[in-house]
Design a protein around this ligand. Structure first.
Ligand code: FEO
Ligand code: CA
Ligand code: CA
Ligand code: CA
Length: 688
């Protein structure tokens, strides 16, 4: 389209081999440094990070853990937001999870962890009271870090003590913002002992992918928030509808039976039943009155959270109009003046949906730098859709509206009104027949042609068999090292083009951009991947505005016997540049070999010229989060959870990874998540 640079035709670096080493591997001619890592202090008055878990502060002024989505916000000479590159900026980084919090405590364990297991939102906690300081560290390591960075002769570094340095944590007061007519319903949905007006929520959790708005704010996305809550003790009965809502989001409702020593979650509520900082993680209904307990606390999560990075005193906002689910990223289509904006969002769980939010307000470029006021204008009112992918290569956006009889008369959940549709969006998308996808992770927009890409990271054997596939999720068989693995363990990337290139379109055209696969996996290697570009479980996805490169990041468990997780560069074509293919599926179902075929649409093969491995991560890490300087010569990338497969430290075994301490960053010993800065030694464009 006019005014846009032509796409490059080939990548300009030597592919990085698969690696099992405990370091970040890059092509020849490239280098990296660590910008910040878990536990680094925002203020010089705080002790430097010990990496031995002996901090006595509550971590509310330290870099959080599990670095994830991120973006950069330039500051002009007047201290205002600029979309032009300057040597001064704020970097916002999501801090997703405390799954490795055992590394943050003195003995690597909490005092009552008799099982010796890691504390983990997907794991177990031992019943009993957890130490307050450990739990505070875990609560405060979540959220978003907002940190000033400056470019000096040695490259970018963080600016300690900047008045812009801020932590949004799982405790920060956050405003609830949505359509005006929804206020009463949302109040009843969220009301708690902490805020009987239901107008404020506290904090943000499990921020995974992210978004950047055209007006210059940051969108954190709440993904696996449902696992942080427990429900203990006797409680008032929930209504049938409340039970149905919790169940659809996987909110823990189980009460451990007498004598059971462990339960899912992290046990944050065990610190105190009267101190709301801890009591709020227990969803038990204590009586008839929801204003006296925290039965609704999980209802305050599952949103897109908007933050103004350059206004440290501003209150973040949960944007209910954008729907409530397990939000991955929120990516804005190419903005066009005078037209509504469209934000594309994944719900990352098995068999969940891809959504689109279309603003009521039309884009006015004068709103650049408009902060939360602009956010209120664009993100308070709009329409929410879920995607259906059809066998003819077309698709339809299904509006989630109470006026649709399929929603109004849905059998599994009785919607009260449109506000209820938005905060129970998963039920509404079920009702209209959206397509259940292989775990929608990040979306990304190709700025050069407006097409939208989504990483579908993987799916299980229970969900994908030769008879349980569809055109957009067509694969149900993998042969990994001669071992038959059922489902779609290596994932794929789907892409679509809106009708008329309009964000308001109801129809789109789609194809599959790439299938992840091991290079020796035969029929399952549908994209013809080689040792130089084989990958599995795409997760982070992002287009460089400077180079047009599509960056693909992985979070994988299926390929990690051969290589650590990675980042690849791709030069994409466009929707429809390939053709129809037949996927041959074969797997053992109940000991009997089942076969089947599924037709789909696959983009043109890229080959090694247009798809190459650029980076391999340290042991146990996923690669996630990426942004660049506007000149395309500096790339910021996040390395999350190195050493994820470590045994608890009490086992006496060394951690799986000791990165980045093993490369001279900080105190050596335990692994840490970190943001790295990648440059070319000759200062050139990254990737070309
Ligand atoms: Fe937090 Fe969907 O990855
Ligand atoms: Ca193999
Ligand atoms: Ca992710
Ligand atoms: Ca992960």
């Amino acid at each position: 389209t006019s005014g846009m640079a032509a796409a490059p035709t080939a990548l300009g670096f030597a592919a990085v081999d698969k690696s099992l080493l405990d370091n970040v591997m890059l092509p020849p001619g490239y280098q990296y440094s660590v910008l910040h890592a878990t536990g680094d202090a925002l203020d010089s008055a705080l002790a430097a990070y010990s990496n031995r878990g002996i901090e006595s502060d509550d971590w509310s002024r330290r870099i959080g853990d599990h670095h994830d989505g991120m973006d950069i916000y330039y500051i002009d000479a007047d201290g205002r937001y600029s979309d032009k590159e300057t040597p001064r900026a704020v970097l916002c980084v999501n801090h997703e999870s405390s799954a490795d919090s055992h590394f943050l405590h003195p003995n690597g364990q909490t005092s009552n962890n008799v099982s010796g297991k890691k504390f983990d939102q997907f794991g177990e906690w031992d019943l009993g009271t957890r130490p307050e300081l450990e739990v505070l560290k875990e609560i405060n390591l979540h959220g978003v870090s907002v940190v000033e960075i400056v470019k000096g002769p040695q490259g970018w570094r963080i600016q300690q003590d900047s008045p812009l340095n801020r932590r949004i944590t799982a405790q920060t007061p956050v405003r609830v913002s949505g359509p005006r007519v929804h206020i009463e319903h949302v109040r009843n949905f969220m009301v708690s002992r902490w805020d009987t007006a239901g107008a404020m929520a506290r904090g943000t959790l499990n921020n995974c992918g992210h978004g950047k708005t055209p007006w210059g704010t940051y969108l954190g996305c709440e993904e696996n928030w449902a696992y942080y809550f427990q429900t203990t003790g006797a409680g008032a009965a929930l209504s049938v509808n409340e039970v149905a809502s919790r169940k659809r989001y996987g909110v823990a409702a189980a009460v451990p039976a007498a004598g059971v020593k462990k339960a899912a979650g992290q046990g944050w509520h065990t610190v105190s039943a009267t101190d709301d900082r801890f009591a709020r993680w227990n969803l038990a209904a204590l009586g008839a009155n929801a204003e006296k307990d925290f039965r609704n606390e999980a209802n305050t999560f599952g949103f897109i959270v908007e933050i103004d990075p350059l206004a440290p005193n501003s209150t973040p906002a949960k944007r209910t109009a954008m729907g409530r689910f397990a939000h991955e990223a929120a990516v804005c289509g190419v903005p066009k003046a005078g037209e509504p904006l469209a934000f594309y969002m994944g719900c990352d769980s098995r068999n969940e949906y891809i959504y689109k939010f279309v603003t009521t307000a039309v884009w006015d470029p004068r709103d650049v730098g408009g902060g939360m006021v602009a956010g209120d204008k664009y993100l308070s009112e709009g329409k929410l859709y879920a995607a259906r992918f059809d066998a003819n290569g077309q698709g339809e956006w299904l509006e989630l509206n109470i006026a649709d009889p399929r929603i109004a008369q849905h059998s599994a959940y009785k919607f009260a009104n449109q506000a209820d549709v938005l905060v129970n969006a998963r039920h509404a998308a079920d009702a209209v027949g959206a397509t259940k996808m292989d775990r929608p992770e990040w979306g990304a927009v190709n700025h050069r042609n407006g097409e939208i890409y989504f990483a579908l990271t993987n799916n299980s054997a229970a969900n994908r068999t030769p008879t349980k596939v569809d055109p957009a999720n067509p694969r149900a068989y993998m042969d990994l090292d001669g071992k038959k693995v059922a489902g779609n363990p290596n994932g794929h990337i789907i892409r679509f083009k809106e009708a008329g290139h309009k964000g308001t379109a109801k129809a789109f055209t789609w194809d599959i951009f790439l299938f992840g696969a091991e290079d020796d996996s035969g029929d399952a290697n549908l994209s013809g991947l080689t040792a130089k570009n084989a990958f599995s479980s795409p997760d982070g996805l992002w287009f460089s505005k400077a180079t047009g490169i599509c960056w693909i990041q992985t979070d994988d468990g299926a390929f990690t016997d051969e290589t650590n997780c990675m980042m690849l560069a791709a030069i994409p074509g466009q929707v429809g540049d390939g053709g129809k293919v037949t996927v041959k599926n074969k797997m053992l179902v109940g000991g009997i070999e089942q076969t089947g075929t599924q037709e789909t649409f696959l983009g043109a093969a890229l080959g090694e010229a247009k798809l190459r491995r650029f980076l391999v991560a340290p042991k146990g890490a996923e690669v996630t989060g990426i942004t660049e300087t506007a000149d395309g010569r500096t790339l910021f990338v996040n390395i999350q959870h190195p050493g994820e497969l470590s045994k608890p430290l009490s086992s006496g075994e060394a951690p799986q990874s000791t990165w980045p301490g093993n490369q001279g960053y900080g105190v050596a010993g335990r692994p840490r998540s970190a943001t790295i800065v990648i440059t070319r030694k000759d200062g050139g464009l990254i990737g070309l």
